[in-house]
Design a protein around this ligand. Structure first.
Ligand code: ATP
Ligand code: MG
Length: 392
């Protein structure tokens, strides 16, 4: 019965000129989200609102599911359009709406009408009263509650008349694209996809980099990262995933540096390389899935060491999250099942038995000098041979 959706969005902070940018980005993201959905849709802005009109047959559930992944949407209202064929017909149509959507009818309601077209013969107050009365006559089980109704029945008089009352919650946030772009360090774990999701939620477009170490990490481990990039892209739009072959760098660090510092030094090279690509591609920051104290390389001291090699800000949205909180977001966004597949990631192979938990940055820098001879060349080769996978 529904042929359209009214898209609600939070309006805080989007006054004036920014409002257009916000709305245009939202329309763009909705178009992208519905591209692969069954059915054709017309997405349009009209008088400060965004509508998604189905053109013919469409899959209602799938459409809702996809709209619920578009950041910037706070609510989705399924709408019934009716032709303006006089007030009596409208009352009939509204009663049919009520009996279809609320079969048990035992509810309180309030009619809220708006005239976007001032040539309509009745004023809003009158429309509210008359439709309210028609409903009460047709459905005696129902009653009016103007303060806290169970059903807020919206009637909008436009070219056509729009009837809606349900609000399905959206994901909130800001439309992706309104906040610039950032580079996500995406591994096959639980944390980094969640971190990418959280920054995308604030309107930031996501590119990603994965450090692959064949043959220590398998093709299947890489495929898992591609799958996780796809999960992120369901929310963030197309993700450009840069796959860096990290094996030679890792082996060289393994050969030249104390093993308890391997993880930290490796992480410093990941950050350097990620930043290099980030700057090249117009990203305004890096994103990682780090959380204080989760592992040795994520103590405050270790974070000093990984942080200092970057000029761009490093966003760590999970910094104060416990693992179970991260897991619950991971499950909510449908990443978890993929993240827990048992394919090794490159860090697990080169981990020392007793990694430093309080690295001293001066000591780390001194040990990195052991790499002087070949590291620049290896980094350059890794950059030159990177693979780009566009994931959508
Ligand atoms: P995750 O669950 O995201 O893998 P983790 O708990 O395993 O995180 P670490 O392995 O210490 O933590 O990595 C910390 C962060 O560094 C990750 O969240 C991710 O952003 C980045 N990272 C780690 N390994 C890689 C990799 N192979 N490729 C890209 N980024 C990585
Ligand atoms: Mg990991």
């Amino acid at each position: 019965m529904f042929t359209a959706f009214l898209i609600k969005y939070a309006e805080i902070g989007i006054k004036g000129k920014n409002r257009y940018l916000f709305e245009d980005a939202l329309v763009h993201q909705i178009k992208f989200a519905l591209k692969k959905c069954e059915g054709r849709f017309l997405i349009h802005k009209s008088q400060g609102r965004i509508y998604v009109d189905a053109q013919g047959e469409f899959d209602y559930d799938e459409t809702i599911k996809r709209l619920q992944k578009v950041f910037g949407i706070s609510g989705i209202c399924p709408v019934v359009y009716v032709e303006d064929e006089g007030f009596e017909k409208l009352c009939d149509r509204v009663i049919r709406y009520i009996t279809d959507v609320y079969p048990d009818r035992n509810k309180t309601f309030k009619v809220h009408s708006r005239r976007a077209r001032k040539d309509y013969p009745k004023e809003s107050m009158e429309i509210n009263a008359d439709i309210g009365e028609a409903i009460l006559n047709a459905c005696p089980e129902m009653s009016v509650d103007v303060h806290d109704p169970q059903i807020l029945l919206n009637i909008e008089i436009r070219e056509k008349i729009y009837i809606y009352s349900e609000i399905i919650p959206g994901p909130g946030g800001m439309p992706v694209g309104t906040g610039g772009k950032a580079m996500l360090l995406l591994s096959g774990g639980i944390d980094s996809p969640v971190a990418g999701y959280m920054i995308a939620k604030r309107g930031v477009k996501i590119d990603a980099v994965y450090f692959h170490a064949p043959p220590y990490t398998s093709e299947r481990a890489k495929q898992k990262v591609v799958d996780l990039a796809r999960v992120v892209s369901a929310y963030a739009g197309p993700v450009w995933l840069h796959v860096i072959n990290f094996t030679d760098i890792q082996l060289y660090i393994y050969e030249k540096c104390p093993h308890e510092e391997l993880t930290i030094i490796m992480r410093r090279y990941m950050m350097r390389i990620a930043e290099h690509i980030a700057k090249e591609t117009g990203c305004l920051g890096l994103i990682t899935g780090e959380s204080i104290g989760q592992v040795a390389s994520q103590t405050m001291n270790s974070l000093i060491a990984t942080n200092e090699v970057c000029e761009l800000p490093v966003y760590r949205p999970l910094i104060g999250f416990d693992k179970n909180e991260i897991v619950s977001v991971s499950q909510k966004i449908d990443a978890f099942e993929t993240s827990i597949q048992p394919y090794e990631d490159c860090c697990t192979i080169f981990v020392a038995r007793h990694p430093v938990t309080k690295p001293n940055v001066n000591v780390i820098r001194r040990h990195e000098r052991n790499l002087e001879e070949r590291i620049d060349e290896l980094v350059q080769t890794a950059l030159n041979t990177r693979e780009l996978i566009v994931v959508e």
